[in-house]
Ligand binder design. Sequence first.
Ligand SMILES: [Zn+2]
Length: 282
Amino acid sequence: MKTAHCVPVLMYHHVSPSAGSITTSPQNFESQISGLARAGYHALSTQEFAGFLAGKPVPEKSILITFDDGYLDNWVHAHPVLQRHGMRAVLFLITGQIGEGQARACAGQGDTLPVTPDHLQCKALVASGLTDPVMLRWSEVLAMRAAGTFEFHSHTHTHTRWDLASATRDEALTHLTQELALSRATLQQKLGEVSDHFCWPQGYFDAGFVRLAQQAGFKYLYTTVAHGQNLAGGDPAHIFRFAVRNRGSFWIRQRTWLASHPVIGPLYNRWKSWKRTLRPQS
Ligand SMILES: [Zn+2]
């Protein structure tokens, strides 16, 4: 078996007909997942990915597909596509925003689908306390876990940027500690398990935050830093991910190939990081 030199980690938020900057349309998602499946890509579980980082070989064309937050559209539009193509993904849940009640309809069942608002509307509704119309319910989470399309991990309990929302550094660290414990307890209670994989809200972390996450029991920390490669022996506390665009099969195959190429990948990442330094600082 040819084995992977690097495992690209893909980052999604919404799969929905309601367009937005971090939304993939259901048509493009179908095209991306079927294109990756046809090209022979194998979507790893977090356990396989953790094994790879520790030096255990995985097939050459391995990827990890991740979703952040836990929007209703992940169940309505992403889950049926993953199921159809036998692909799997990882979802980092904001555990305090997941609701109760029966599972709603998802695509392919022949029922009228729930409306899945765009990202800005989702944010506004969540800010006003109306999470249920746009976020997942635990019943939907359990149905996806049973189907094998998604596995679930922590993205904190409230998605608060405590570095910005606290008056002092001590306060920020105390809040984060409580939040991590609450998120772990919620996953344990609702799903009967909690893992050591964790994703930072809005991608923010610093050395103190990393230490707290590790003390709370999280070893694998997912960033929004795109321009680096996840290699065997790589740092589990700094996992690179790139944001998937609302494009089709050709784009995702090209981007994934680029992310994992042993020579061109690092050159591309250096070039993108250099371009970043040219941007005016606001
Ligand atoms: Zn998030």
